[in-house]
Design a protein around this ligand. Structure first.
Ligand SMILES: Cc1cc2nc3c(=O)[nH]c(=O)nc-3n(C[C@H](O)[C@H](O)[C@H](O)COP(=O)(O)OP(=O)(O)OC[C@H]3O[C@@H](n4cnc5c(N)ncnc54)[C@H](O)[C@@H]3O)c2cc1C
Length: 423
């Protein structure tokens, strides 16, 4: 059946958008990406990275260098001090960053700002909230963190126990415009950037029994009384991204702290996760390309049995598989971006892209390790670091299982009981 015959035939892409997407898809050496990769390889260089990786230490100077290059402000509107770039341009920039910057933890920290914090404030923030936070997020002087996961509420997001109550005694939502305030109580876990954050986006419920219908998103300044950030939690990879739990103990919030409206937290969350869950992996796709280039170079110089190891078919086919995985991940990512930019449903495409990008990166990191032999396994060459860094991608932003639940639901598979693809 041709597209024209279909009753659901979509509108064609506007020419400027389709040109931009096509250029991003087809040109691995897109100038936006290459410029960022070259800049990052020249400037985002820190000889102490191996020590910081062991010590789980953030690189504030790298953060400031990125801010000077406009990374944090790439998609924020010029009215709020950003560059106002579109999604495809920002994805290309993050691919470049992932390629050029060896500190994947710094790049992940930047990614969470641009793909999680900022879109929520830009889309749901009031004019006052945007004026207060977006300029600082754009110039890097404000760092944000997104708090939804709890120790007992991970994939089952809306089983959260963090609560808010109205200071006038009510517990439900009602309008947030009545001047009443809120009190927030609870404990959020595994929060990226928490130890560095100036502001948190916190999801809380008026009543755990209400499930998704009880959830509201709050903007919470880190300096407020009752906000406590736990110690940095060491983790397998992305060790230079700070990561901690956050406790909210009778934190008093004004009505201006509500992001969106009272009770709209589930919608805010779904919007945040629809496509951004895939976009956050754009830097990782750039890192996969760098990893492949390094593996190719190594197979040309490393000799065994009197020949370059790349001449062994087993080795060269492994490189071909790495290339295939990288290209598939990239294609899926930009397809999700195209749908997103057109305002079309992008949840299924983003879920597929997230599965592909995260699982491909793990598989290719294992292949890179094997290709480098013992050099791949010892720490000093950095090859093993790639594997540790990408492993988190199959968990954060919704695990691979949850992404498959989404795809299965889109295929019309029904399940009994509660929805099981909330992330
Ligand atoms: C590097 C990193 C950064 C993170 N950053 C943040 C952050 O900034 N803010 C934040 O709020 N959270 C963050 N998280 C937490 C992350 O979102 C959760 O870890 C994730 O959603 C999974 O939740 P969980 O760890 O509780 O696992 P669980 O939900 O307990 O899952 C355990 C296992 O059960 C499977 N499972 C669960 N439910 C289902 C189901 N319905 N169908 C099939 N399988 C299922 C899972 O796929 C998994 O294999 C981060 C996590 C990591 C690793």
């Amino acid at each position: 059946m041709s597209a024209e015959d279909s009753p659901d035939a979509p509108e064609p892409l506007p020419e400027s958008t389709s040109d931009a997407i096509l250029a991003a898809l087809c040109d691995l050496h897109h100038p936006v990406k290459v410029e960022m990769a070259e800049w990052a390889a020249a400037k985002l260089v820190d000889p102490s990275l191996p020590e910081r990786d062991v010590a789980c230490r953030f690189w504030p100077e790298g953060w400031e260098l990125a801010a000077g290059r406009g990374v944090q402000g790439t998609m924020i509107s010029p009215a709020h001090g950003g560059s106002g770039n579109d999604v495809v341009t920002a994805l290309l920039q993050f691919e470049g960053l992932g390629y050029g910057c060896a500190d994947a933890g710094l790049v992940f920290a930047l990614s969470t700002q641009v793909w999680t914090m900022q879109p929520l404030l830009a889309q749901f923030g009031s004019a006052t909230q945007q004026e207060r936070y977006l300029p600082g997020l754009a110039d890097g002087s404000i760092k944000g963190a997104f708090c939804i996961t709890e120790t007992d509420s991970g994939s089952d997001t809306f089983a959260m126990a963090t609560t808010f109550a109205r200071t006038d005694g009510g517990t439900d939502g009602g309008s947030d415009g009545d001047g009443g305030g809120f009190v927030l109580n609870g404990h959020k876990a595994y929060v990226t950037m928490a130890p560095e954050a100036d502001v948190f986006l916190v999801f809380a419920t008026s009543d755990p029994k209400l499930g998704q219908w009880g959830v509201t998103t709050f903007i919470v300044d880190a300096t407020l009384e009752g906000v406590t950030v736990g110690p940095n939690r060491p983790k397998m990879g992305l060790r230079t991204t700070p990561f901690a739990d956050v406790t909210f103990d009778n934190v008093e919030l004004g009505p201006e702290s509500v992001l969106g409206s009272v009770g709209s937290g589930a919608a805010v969350f779904s919007t945040a996760m629809e496509a951004e869950r895939a976009f956050v992996l754009s830097a990782q796709i750039g890192a996969m390309e760098r990893q492949l280039d390094e593996a190719v170079a190594y197979t040309r110089t490393r000799r065994q049995f009197s020949q370059p190891i790349g001449d062994f078919q087993a080795v060269s086919h492994r490189l071909a598989d790495m290339k295939l995985r990288h290209d598939n991940a990239r294609l899926q990512l930009y397809r999700a971006a195209a749908l997103f930019m057109l305002g079309r449903p992008s949840m299924e495409a983003a879920a597929l892209a997230k599965i592909q990008a995260s699982e491909a990166a793990v598989a290719s990191s294992v292949d890179a390790l094997l290709t480098h032999g013992a050099r791949g396994y010892v720490s000093e060459f950095g090859v093993e670091r790639d594997l540790r860094n990408v492993a988190g991608g199959i968990v954060y932003g919704g695990t691979s299982d949850i992404q498959r639940n989404i795809v299965a639901r889109m295929l019309g598979q029904r399940r009994g009981g509660r929805d099981q693809d909330r992330r």
